[in-house]
Write a protein that binds this ligand. Structure first.
Ligand code: NIG
Ligand code: FE
Length: 389
């Protein structure tokens, strides 16, 4: 197998806990090298000790980080909601009611149109340093349209999530719809999905409905995750912790009990600051969560309604500037913790045996991700050992 050594790395973020003593949270190494063999990392260490390899790449005194792990996105949709965004920016409030607009457009799109739209967004993400991503369904809301949304998503990632329980479609009752989601829709979706998710919120699904939907998914082998506490206080976060879900996402409106439940559980709180940025909502108390011992991830939530960004660098910049994470905490949350939120230990960390998913920054330090908001800083991306950008 061909080996490549990347030298000239001024600053290498490994996220390797074995390097925490000297390298802190990010397992930082300066003046470092990485050897890639096939799709995996073969060696990481000081440049002076780097072994020979078949090929050599010079990072030119720039920083290398693990590729971003975006653990929450809704990429399978058609149309856009720029008019809704414009109305919001001139005074309207975000209610999630616009989801039904996207459902109508998505149902009307062909498989080819959906696939090429997802391909475009995935390429947009990769060019910005995202090497692992989760994709949800949730704009089909019929047996046929949820199953085909997931089949499209599965062409781009193994981290596919069935979100039939996004909202109740206009032409049915909540009771009938929950029966559909937990019955025929789940059966049609399951072959294409690894996860099941529910939008647990006033106006979407309540805690009892979420519990029933997650239980049905679990019975058929899908792992649970949850949208909760985005727009109001409620019981979603507590449910996620009680069930030991991998992640509960949004966590914008949290009571003290929610924070202590998260701290006592293994459930990751995935914060999506692009949503607050795009809906003019207050940001979640990320600082309070970390200080309470909660494990926090950052993700984009890329979707046509509440947040149409694919930029993890923007999420990092927002987390640092608006939610008082340190630049190191924010980058860790966007990589290693994103991986943990997907229950993955092969990505988000640069260590021997892990996936060779690396990003070369056009900057000497990872700090520039937050220090230079809005500036494209990705100079190169390797995914599974192959240069893709
Ligand atoms: O994560 N909260 C529910 N779902 C998406 C928004 C979907 C939409 O508005 O189209 C979210 O914010
Ligand atoms: Fe979402």
């Amino acid at each position: 197998m061909t080996t490549t050594v990347i030298t000239g790395i001024a600053e290498l973020v490994t996220n390797d806990p074995a390097r925490a003593d000297e390298g802190g949270l990010l397992g930082l190494l300066t003046d470092a090298a990485v050897v890639v063999e096939g799709s995996r990392i073969a060696w990481v260490g000081p440049a002076a000790e780097a072994p020979d390899a078949d090929l050599q790449v010079d990072a030119g005194g720039r920083a290398v980080i693990p590729g971003f792990v975006d653990s929450h996105s809704h990429l399978v949709f058609a149309g856009d909601r720029s008019a809704e965004f414009e109305a919001r920016m001139t005074g309207e409030t975000y209610t999630a009611g616009g989801i039904r607009t996207t459902v109508a457009r998505t149902r009307a799109a062909t498989d080819e149109q959906l696939t090429s739209h997802v391909a475009r967004l995935v390429a947009e993400m990769r060019a910005q340093g995202t090497t692992s991503l989760e994709i949800k369904s949730g704009y089909g809301l019929s047996v046929h349209d949820e199953a085909r949304s997931l089949a499209v998503a599965a062409q781009f990632t193994s981290e596919t999530t069935f979100l039939g329980a996004h909202v109740v479609p206009a032409d049915t009752t909540p009771e009938d719809y929950v029966a559909l989601v937990t019955g025929p829709m789940l059966a049609a979706a399951a072959p294409h999905a690894r996860w099941i998710d529910v939008f647990c919120e006033d106006g979407a699904f309540d805690v009892d409905q979420a519990r029933a939907i997650l239980a049905a998914g679990s019975d058929i082998g899908l792992r649970g995750r949850l949208h909760a506490n985005q727009l109001t206080y409620g019981g979603g976060v507590q449910l996620a912790c009680e069930l030991g879900l991998a992640a509960v996402d949004h966590c914008t409106f949290l009571a003290d009990d929610d924070v202590s439940a998260l701290a006592a559980s293994g459930t990751i709180a995935t914060l999506l600051p692009g949503v607050e940025f795009s809906t003019r909502q207050p940001y979640p108390d990320a600082r309070g969560l970390l200080d309470a011992g909660v494990r926090v991830a950052l993700a984009s939530d890329c979707n046509p309604g509440s947040c149409f960004t694919s930029s993890m660098a923007l999420c990092i910049a927002l987390a640092v500037r608006e939610m008082r994470l340190s630049p190191a905490e924010a980058l860790h949350a966007a990589t290693a913790m994103g991986a943990a939120a997907l229950d993955r230990d092969d990505v988000g960390v640069l260590a021997p045996g892990k996936a060779a998913d690396l990003v070369l920054l056009d900057a000497p330090s990872y700090v520039h991700l937050a220090y230079r908001p809005g500036v494209p800083l990705v100079a190169g991306v390797w995914q599974a050992g192959r240069p893709t950008v």
